[in-house]
Write a protein that binds this ligand. Structure first.
Ligand code: BGC
Length: 731
């Protein structure tokens, strides 16, 4: 084969004996050539990963070549030019494992916040930014792409995920992954699958049927993978129908690799591998994070299993092929990472824009917000708002470049970290009003101040973290504090910093509520800009806020409070695919705040809805006009419901979100929108035939402000249609 060397990079040192280094060849050919040159031991080396931090409890020292205080390391093979995999968490930025030398990086708002923006472009920009920081920090794998469907509002990791709707989550998380991988590094998508609560996450078993799983949690993964081709899928801790995710042939082999035709590799979560032969044969391609698992299953034991034929050589080749191909496709060979300068100033702007796009104005009686010119005194209460903003805890913890305002090390699941971006200081820089701060620890003292202030802004925090679930209640007397302040000052606004939905016993007492989520390392400024009206809030809830726990499919969270190693079943057949608003609609429950809800400082009008079916499927057209006097963003939402017939019987719930678009409009301006509807969202999965069926019948297409409020609707007839459930060529 004649090798012509390209002009730069790896190709310049092209060795004739290393034809796979030629970027002009396609990834499949390069992978094949590489595989032919590898010994069995070299292949085995690639399927076994290490933790890249010291683990004193296991007397483990990080591999010398791995990057300090990071999540993972898989050795490269220099003889063949195969780079090592340098792995770091996670979805909001470059995280650091606990220790003295955390790297300081830009933190985006939580993933749930980004989902609340309903803006894939913003998600892409955020992904691109954190991917750049990963690359500049020497990492070529970002363990991002959290997309577990928000089935359990008390899940401590909801802040790492994309909300309760598969279409919204897939479009947001898919865009993030594309942004990350645009830096020539690999992004994961995780945690595959149905890892929706933290309580006993490594021992519980989720009980669900094939069809419901594919129409809910798996659909989010399927659509996101289709649009972003993440290099790796991280399998989860939990069991599904009795079988661990990382050794589950139905999940890994049948659904992911055969039905969806996924060609990347499956890596285990840290401590989620439980065997050698079952795991390898079920579809796990790489064991991660040794020594988190009980045993180095994919080291010597795998070698023995291959030698004995319990795992075939073909399967080991498949594992290796998947890893190498993902590396080649994503540019890890051709554009190796090298540490470089990060433009932190520009990245702060990206993070702030994401936070501003994500804030949801839940309530705004008598137009308390934005704060008017006439406000002379503002009392700010609680949650260290004088110093910073809260972040979610666990392996995804980013240590922010702007500095830590407060770090509480000894909380369960901690440390609990506040980023140094003070909403109060940012507000003070933007208003003439006199600002007073009260920590909120002494209710009487705060109430006294509230009586003499024009406006009270209470900051409420719900800290959530990996490994622990929440109760959905505010802790530390915050409910009593808010009720007391609202009792003496009618102009009380609440700013929420939460990981997910919250119960609010004081909801009717306060005038305004702004959901700011965990707003990231420029979050204080973003909050202040929304409060003053410099930014018009345009986020929408990516999750239903229930009125009470009794409205949930499982009013009591199974296993809570956690007893170590308890093994039990969580029954998802109760709601099946009817997650979130779909459950609320099916049960006719009135939520506190509906999925899709969010207010603006401006007014918008929706009109001219039409729906058409042609050979490409269903599409909807409509117009959005800003009829108010402020520029702002608006999220138009299209829901579809079958009008009787077979579909109405087969659907898990009365309606589904089928499309959405965020538009940004000057006062008086309007936009014409056309949305093509993803066919799977109109279909029902038939597990016997492995097909998706759109049933023939009439469907109501509604243009709505949220999942509960329809502005206008129309009806279309759709003929029966079959969508193959298995990508061809994967048999
Ligand atoms: C988490 C993963 C993370 C991994 C590596 C696990 O505890 O579940 O999301 O990527 O640790 O830190």
């Amino acid at each position: 084969m004649a090798l012509t060397s390209a002009s730069s990079g790896a190709a310049e040192q092209l060795q004739p004996q290393q034809p796979w280094m030629n970027p002009a060849l396609d990834a499949d050919s390069r992978t094949r050539l590489l595989l032919e040159a590898m010994t069995r031991d070299e292949k085995l080396a690639l399927v076994f990963g290490y933790y890249s931090s010291d683990a004193s409890w296991k007397k483990f020292k990080k591999p010398a070549e791995g990057l300090e205080q990071s999540a993972g390391y898989v050795g490269g093979i220099s003889r063949l030019g195969i780079p090592a995999l340098m792995e770091t968490d996670a979805g909001t930025g470059v995280a650091s494992q606990p220790g003295e030398n955390a790297r300081l990086r830009t933190a985006l708002p939580s993933n749930l916040a980004v989902a609340a923006s309903w803006d894939p472009d913003l998600a892409y920009a955020g992904g691109r930014m954190i991917g750049n920081e990963a690359r500049m920090s020497g990492f070529n794998v970002l363990l991002a792409g959290g997309i577990n469907l928000l089935r359990e509002p008390r899940n401590g990791r909801n802040f790492e995920y994309g909300g309760e709707d598969p279409l919204l989550a897939a479009n947001i998380v898919g865009a993030q992954i594309r942004g990350i991988q645009s830096n020539h590094i690999i992004s994961t998508i995780k945690h595959f699958a149905l890892n929706d609560q933290e309580t006993n996450r490594t021992t519980l078993s989720v009980h669900i049927d094939d069809r419901s799983a594919r129409m809910s949690d798996l659909l989010a993964f399927e659509l996101a993978i289709a649009q972003s081709a993440p290099g790796a899928v991280m399998c989860a801790y939990n069991r599904i129908n009795g079988n661990y995710s990382c050794e589950n042939p139905w999940l890994l082999d049948e659904v992911l690799k055969r039905d969806w035709g996924y060609r990347g590799f499956v890596m285990s979560d840290w401590g989620a591998t439980h065997s050698t032969i079952p795991a390898a044969n079920a579809g796990l391609d790489q064991q991660s994070g040794f020594p988190f698992d009980a045993s180095p299953y994919f080291a010597d034991a795998l070698k023995e299993a291959v030698e004995d034929g319990y795992v075939t050589t073909a399967r080991l080749d498949d594992m290796t092929t998947r890893i190498l191909r993902a590396m080649l496709v994503n540019g890890l060979f051709d554009d190796p990472t090298k540490a470089g300068d990060i433009d932190f100033e520009a990245h702060a702007g990206v993070s702030r824009a994401a936070a501003e796009g994500a804030m949801v104005l839940l309530k705004n009686d008598r137009h308390l917000l934005p704060l008017g010119q006439g406000v002379r005194s503002i009392l700010i209460v609680g949650s260290h708002a004088d110093a910073g903003v809260l972040s979610g805890g666990g392996s995804s913890q980013v240590y922010p470049v702007g500095g830590v305002a407060l770090l509480q090390p000894h909380v369960k699941g901690g440390p609990r970290v506040y980023f140094r971006s003070s909403p109060m200081q940012a507000l003070a820089a933007r208003t003439q009003a006199r600002i007073t701060y009260d920590p909120g620890t002494d209710i009487k003292a705060a109430v006294k101040l509230a009586r003499h202030s024009d406006v009270v802004i209470v900051f409420a925090h719900q800290w959530t973290a990996e490994g622990i679930d929440s109760t959905m209640r505010l802790d530390e007397e915050q409910d009593a504090l808010i009720a007391a302040l609202a009792g003496v000052n009618a102009k009380t606004a609440v700013v929420l910093e939460t990981g997910g939905p919250l119960l609010m016993p004081w909801v009717d007492k306060v005038a305004a509520i702004l959901e700011a989520w965990y707003p990231g390392s420029s979050g204080g400024e973003a909050i202040a800009r929304v409060l003053t009206g410099e930014v018009n809030p345009a986020g929408r809830l990516p999750v239903t806020f229930p009125r009470s726990l009794e409205q949930l499919p499982r009013p009591h969270l199974d296993g809570f409070p956690e007893q170590r190693n308890a093994r039990f079943t969580v029954d998802y057949t109760i709601e099946g695919a009817a997650v979130g608003y779909k459950w609320f609609d099916r049960r006719r429950f009135e939520p506190m705040f509906a999925f899709g809800h969010g207010l603006s400082y401006s007014r918008f009008e929706l009109s001219n809805l039409s729906a058409d079916v042609d050979d490409k499927g269903l599409s909807a057209r409509f117009a959005v006009r800003n009829t108010g006097d402020r520029a702002g963003g608006y999220v138009a939402q299209v829901y579809v419901s079958p009008v009787g017939g077979a579909a109405a019987l087969a659907w898990e719930a009365p309606k589904r979100l089928c499309g959405f678009r965020k538009v940004s409009l000057q006062p008086g301006a309007s936009a014409d929108v056309r949305l093509s509807i993803e066919p799977r969202i109109l279909a029902v999965y038939d597990e016997a035939q492995k097909i998706w069926i759109i049933e023939s019948g009439d469907y109501d297409v509604s243009l709505s402000t949220d999942s509960r409020n329809t502005v206008t609707h129309t009806t279309v007839h759709i003929s029966r249609q079959i969508i193959p459930g298995r990508v061809t060529g994967t048999e």
